[in-house]
Write a protein that binds this ligand. Structure first.
Ligand SMILES: [Zn+2]
Length: 317
């Protein structure tokens, strides 16, 4: 086991699904002193091999660690579990709060910041359970730091609300990468392949996917507002694909590390969650702009109606 040193800093990647967070996470985790764990908030679902609890988009993908083992058989996760003194099967790592409870914590965070969200959370039973989720995550971060000796832990759990919970627990140790991608690309990605069947009948999938994307993009903007500029960086997927060195330079600057290389190491990883492509070894930094040919005029018109203004605000027009 590595010698215990200072507690690690959490580098949280927030973004909507299908925005490239898996490759960004893997590339960050390929740097010395960094370890990426994927979407830590899905850990209990992975430990139980429970798709619903994991929140996985696909119910057919196997909930395995990237190394190929189940979480309860993976050497790294077993060591981390022992070090943390928690049962991953029994411990929640993602919000299970009611809508009302989440809204109260979220509103306090947006208006007055992490300390206020913590105070509001601590005033109700449901809010206490939400804060406990963040505390559990920190116990795992600390255990990962102790087991791997890494100073930076990359968590691409994506949910900006989850990020707010982490900040409410301990704002000093969390840094934010806000990952944006053209909403039309995300919409296209969400309505093809396996994911095409994910949508309710009655409303066109493109409309539902665009609405979903816009809602999450707005939450990201509102909830990231309380993070000081020196503790966050906004990355656009398209820029990161075309100039990975430049974008990683900006991330390195925010974190105060000399440099970050945007390479994808081929060594064994222990990530959970993320895009299914992480398991087939075909992850690479490559711009995917298939939406430009694939979305119909009708799809684009629907997107414009429900998400066009939000997309333009992010710089996509
Ligand atoms: Zn593993």
């Amino acid at each position: 086991m590595a010698e215990r040193h200072e507690l690690p800093t959490v580098v949280f990647v927030a973004g909507v699904s299908r925005s490239g967070s898996t490759v960004l996470d893997l590339a960050l985790g390929s740097n010395p002193d960094f370890v990426s764990v994927g979407e830590l908030r899905r850990l209990q679902g992975y430990a139980r091999r429970d798709h619903e609890l994991s929140g996985a988009l696909s119910t057919t993908s196997e909930l395995r660690c990237t190394c190929g083992a189940w979480v309860d058989e993976c050497a790294l996760w077993l060591s981390v579990e022992r070090e943390a003194g928690l049962s991953f099967r029994e411990t929640p790592f993602k919000s299970g709060g009611t809508v009302l409870c989440r809204r109260a914590v979220q509103a306090a965070y947006m208006i007055a910041g992490p300390a206020a969200a913590c105070a509001v959370g601590a005033s109700t039973r449901c809010g206490k359970a939400e804060l406990a989720v963040a505390r559990n995550c920190f116990r795992v971060y600390d255990a990962i730091g102790a087991v791997t000796g890494s100073r930076y832990i990359v968590d691409s759990s994506k949910s900006i609300y989850h990020y707010a919970l982490l900040r409410a627990h301990d704002a000093r140790r969390v840094r934010l990468i806000l990952l944006n991608r053209d909403g039309r690309a995300v919409t296209h990605s969400m309505i093809r392949g396996d994911r095409a069947t994910h949508w309710a009948a009655g409303t066109p999938p493109a409309m539902q996917a665009a609405r979903d994307w816009a809602r999450q993009a707005r939450s990201m903007r509102l909830l990231s507002h309380k993070t000081p500029p020196s503790e966050k960086v906004t990355v656009h997927y398209e820029e990161w694909c075309s100039d990975p060195e430049g974008e990683f330079g900006r991330i390195a600057q925010m974190l105060g590390v000399p440099e970050l290389q945007p390479r994808l190491a081929r060594d064994v990883r222990h990530n959970i969650g993320g895009s299914p492509s992480r398991l087939d070894g075909h992850t690479e930094i490559r711009l995917d702009e298939r939406w430009r040919d694939a979305l119909s005029e009708r799809d684009l018109a629907m997107f414009e109606q429900v998400a066009g203004a939000t997309n333009r605000r992010l710089g996509y027009g």
